[in-house]
Design a protein around this ligand. Structure first.
Ligand SMILES: [Zn+2]
Ligand SMILES: [Zn+2]
Length: 351
């Protein structure tokens, strides 16, 4: 670390000394720059919030009446001589990387981001939000949620084909299909990716709240219903999209016989599926896989990389082998996917 670093770690969170503001702070501060609406990145209690305009409705839905200033992607604002701008991270609606420019240096804080595979393939973009845009910088602060070589996502087309086949088989056998996924981001990706002609789609109230923000932002989603709106005879044909907190809750009893599944990057590891005690696991993530992380980091051209939440040690070793100056910040961001139990974001206020 050097005295003129643009971002340092403080007990309250990541801090920009010349700008005198924090990035996704985990303790209440005066000025917070927010990358996206997940609970471990956007917390209550800050006096002022700055975020990408595309994520404003999500932040207001989750945090209520906050003092929020927004900027469209790519549009800079100057604060204490630091030029701040937001750039798409491809993770959830409104998710952003934060670009900081001061005295000729450029640093980028990634927040959480999604980019998959060794090459950029538009078929693998997350189409529920603006795709990740690489930003040239001197120092890139990257997440590393899935920063291990075992994490390589299958093509989205094959993941959704598996989900559709599971739903269709359940419908033919007369049981509902309960698909658990985090209500912000994962649920909307599921809804957009499935074949809505198989049967009615029912959503949990927590998912519907977020859907409203997505639809208002112009993100196309198929028709969804509340359980009370579906003819009882059709409940066995339903796909039910619900947050993980709904698992084994009384809310699920009204569907009668059902099969349940969980959609998460962690489903790539068999032990996680067993611990979750669901019938099926679908490996669908809103975070970069191992080749995606490598590609995203390389695209920034950064000579220095600081790794946060995830597999910091493995990533730092790999970066050092590439001749990149690498270090890590300890953070209080969820070091597991947002839908893992025990992560800060798993306590979904609207679930
Ligand atoms: Zn996130
Ligand atoms: Zn995160």
């Amino acid at each position: 670390m050097s005295a003129d670093d643009l971002v340092v770690s403080r007990p309250e969170g990541l801090y920009c000394p010349p700008g005198d503001f924090y990035l996704d702070p985990w303790r209440p501060v005066d000025r917070a720059v927010i990358t996206h609406g997940h609970g471990d990145h956007a917390r209550y209690g800050h006096a002022h919030y700055l975020a990408a305009a595309e994520g404003a409705s999500i932040l207001r839905t989750r945090l209520g009446e906050i003092d929020l200033t927004t900027l469209p992607y790519g549009e800079p604002v100057s604060h204490n001589g630091v030029r701040v701008s937001f750039h798409p991270a491809g993770h959830v609606l409104g998710s952003a990387q934060v670009r900081l420019e001061h005295a000729g240096r450029v640093w980028v804080v990634s927040g959480d981001y999604y980019v998959a595979g060794e090459r950029d393939d538009p078929r693998e973009h997350n189409t529920t939000c603006a795709p990740f845009e690489p930003v040239q910088c001197d120092c890139f602060i990257t997440e590393s949620t899935f920063g291990l070589p075992i994490y390589r996502w299958a093509p989205q087309g094959s993941i959704f084909a598996s989900i559709n086949a599971w739903w269709r088989a359940n419908a033919e056998a007369g049981r509902a299909s309960i698909l658990l996924g985090y209500s912000l981001g994962k649920a909307q990706r599921i809804l957009q990716g499935v074949d809505a002609s198989i049967g009615p789609i029912v959503v949990h109230g927590a998912v519907d709240t977020v859907n409203r923000a997505y639809r208002a932002a112009g993100v196309p989603l198929p028709r969804t219903q509340f359980v009370t709106e579906v003819e009882p005879a059709l409940l066995a044909q339903c796909l039910v999209v619900a947050p993980p907190s709904a698992q084994r809750s009384p809310w699920l009893r009204r569907f009668g016989d059902y099969s349940d599944a969980f959609a998460s990057g962690w489903m790539q590891v068999r032990g996680t599926r067993r611990r979750r005690a669901v019938d099926r696991g679908f490996v669908l993530s809103d975070h970069a896989d191992w080749p995606g992380l490598q590609r995203a980091i390389a695209a920034t051209g950064a000579a220095r990389v600081i790794v946060t939440h995830g597999f910091e040690a493995v990533m730092v070793r790999w970066l050092t082998e590439q001749g990149i100056e690498a270090g890590a910040f300890a953070t209080e961001f969820g070091d597991r996917d947002d839908d893992e139990p025990g992560s800060a974001a798993a306590s979904d206020a609207t679930a």
